[in-house]
Design a binder for this molecule. Structure first.
Ligand code: FAD
Length: 401
């Protein structure tokens, strides 16, 4: 399928040849990328979201200090309220019910995005922010696959008032057991979340959870059964759950590259299929968006913008700096995640019982995830810029922007 690209892409409202950015997906990464890139006066954004309406799925997203810091730098002050991101994005740039099924990307011209409803839109670049099952990623890296890790999360979000009679620690807490964990926390808007789960051997054809649908309704009886021998406080939380949702966990390996044909790049779960480990996905997505903005503004500064768009070489440089800022950190996380998944699979297969002392030692020796939650994306970006500066001095013509 090949179409003619127009010579100039203009901002429909003013006729100014703004840099047109199409974002596929209106989740955390899509919305924060829009907020970030719109800080540049030369950028025009359209977001194409598959869902017909925005609604909370009740999974609860915790944000780490890294993501919160990036949001603050982007001027999102009400980050902990439910609608914070949507409040910061003009509604008329969000197009709901637009499922992207294919993308044509031509380094010299731009991109054409094709939707399931048989319509198409063009833009200068496309940013795939369409989550872990990303169609944008599949278009450019069709060989990349996801695997069910054998872990199924059981999650409930409900009114905290349902816990009135329960005496429990008010801080968020993570309880760690031999074969499963339990997490609970207050959320905003008077809500509360309880999260458990189970591991099975994903290669077993009869593994419970094999057919679980993401966000599908689970069994409260099964939830109780899983935790029946735990501290009674846990049963109190479970008793308060009005229903429980299932979230089978998927993960995939690190991508070799995140940008394609100098016209398409990925952010958030589309770029890193880490399977929700360390509850870091939301913050990683936010840091991606901020890094992309920093790279754009470095190569094509807002302060010098008049009317011209970035050239193909500038776009390529933006993507190169963005990837260099994010990939080493993300690949390190993916390495840890896949090692942990392999360990879990081995434990489930051998079925060996862990002693109390072994559990205690495992908890004491587990990795401190501070390097993830305290990661400074701006410092990582500055480091890359410093290195590029040195390279530019040595190879000025090749690296001229
Ligand atoms: C149960 C659960 C609990 C989690 N808990 C945490 C947590 O506590 N903390 C944390 O940081 N992370 C958590 N995560 C991970 C976190 O939700 C993700 O990492 C984060 O949402 C990634 O954001 P995203 O925008 O990249 O992807 P998503 O949130 O998946 O958003 C992708 C968007 O793209 C849209 N889309 C998909 N395909 C198309 C298409 N073809 N065309 C157009 N639109 C499309 C989708 O409808 C969606 O709106 C959790 C994940 C799950 C499943």
């Amino acid at each position: 399928m090949s179409r003619k690209f127009p010579d100039t892409l203009t901002d429909g409202s003013s006729g100014t040849p703004k840099f047109q950015v199409a974002i596929v997906g209106g989740g955390i990464s899509g919305l924060v990328t829009a907020i970030a890139l719109l800080k540049h006066p030369g950028v025009s954004i359209q977001i194409y979201e598959r869902a017909k309406e925005f609604k909370e799925i009740g999974a609860s997203i915790g944000l780490g200090p890294n993501g919160l810091r990036s949001l603050e730098k982007l001027g999102v002050e009400n980050a902990l309220s439910g609608d914070a991101l949507l409040d910061n994005v003009p509604r008329d740039i969000i197009h709901l019910g637009k499922e992207t099924i294919d993308i044509e990307a031509n380094g010299n011209d731009g991109v054409i995005i094709h939707f399931k409803d048989s319509t198409s839109k063009k833009a200068d670049i496309c940013i795939g922010a369409d989550g872990i099952h990303s169609n944008v990623r599949k278009t450019f890296v069709p060989t990349h696959t996801l695997h069910w890790t054998g872990w199924v999360a059981l999650r409930a979000t409900f009114e905290a008032s349902r816990l009135n009679d329960l005496d429990f620690p008010q801080d968020a807490a993570h309880w760690i057991g031999h074969d499963r964990n339990f997490f609970h926390s207050h959320l905003g808007k008077g809500l509360f979340t309880a999260v458990g789960g189970f591991h099975v051997d994903p290669s077993s054809p009869n593994a419970p959870g094999r057919d679980a649908k993401w966000n599908g309704l689970g069994s409260l009886e099964q939830f109780k059964e899983f935790y029946k021998d735990w501290n009674p406080t846990i049963m109190g939380f479970i008793e308060a759950c009005p229903s429980i949702r299932l979230f089978p966990n998927f993960a995939g390996s690190a991508l070799e590259r995140w940008s394609f044909n100098d016209r398409v790049t990925l952010v958030g779960d589309a770029a890193h299929t880490h399977g929700g480990a360390f509850a870091a996905g939301g913050s990683l997505a936010i840091d991606d968006a901020y890094a992309l903005y920093l790279a754009l503004n470095h190569v094509w500064p807002a302060s010098t913008y008049r009317t011209e768009k970035p050239t193909k070489y500038q776009i390529s440089e933006i993507f190169r700096i963005y990837e260099a800022t994010r990939k080493p950190h993300i690949n390190k996380i993916l390495g840890v995640v896949h090692k942990a998944i392999a360990g879990q699979k081995a434990d489930v297969k051998t079925g060996e019982t862990e002693t109390e002392e072994q559990l205690r030692q495992r908890v004491l020796q587990r990795m401190d995830p501070e390097w993830i939650s305290e990661h400074d994306v701006e410092a990582a970006f500055q480091e890359i810029i410093g290195k590029i500066g040195v390279i530019q001095e040595l190879h000025e013509p090749r690296h001229r922007l």
